[in-house]
Write a protein of this length. Sequence first.
Length: 110
Amino acid sequence: AAWRGSSDCVRLLLAHGAETGALDWYGRVPADWARDPAALAPELAAGGRRGKAAAGSGSEEDRFAGLRGKGNTQPSALHLANIERCLQASQDHGARQGEVAAVFERRSKL
């Protein structure tokens, strides 16, 4: 929701207990992915890793460092494009998203 810039969805998730500091595989929080965290919701901008660092906690803990090792944590443009394509398939085809995604060009998959 943060990545797509959907402020209504962000607020709905926050109202129902979404954790703003939840880390993904890349060690990032929703505010890290947001196009404009401050514009989405003040709670999102203040609740994530950036907010904690700004509050003077000193260091930022990377809980996934041991899992990733020395791997590249920057998602590729292809990976992000595939996510966008799957989101579009979900919007266009609902429950049939998997059938639609199964016929995507194989060379463009990760």
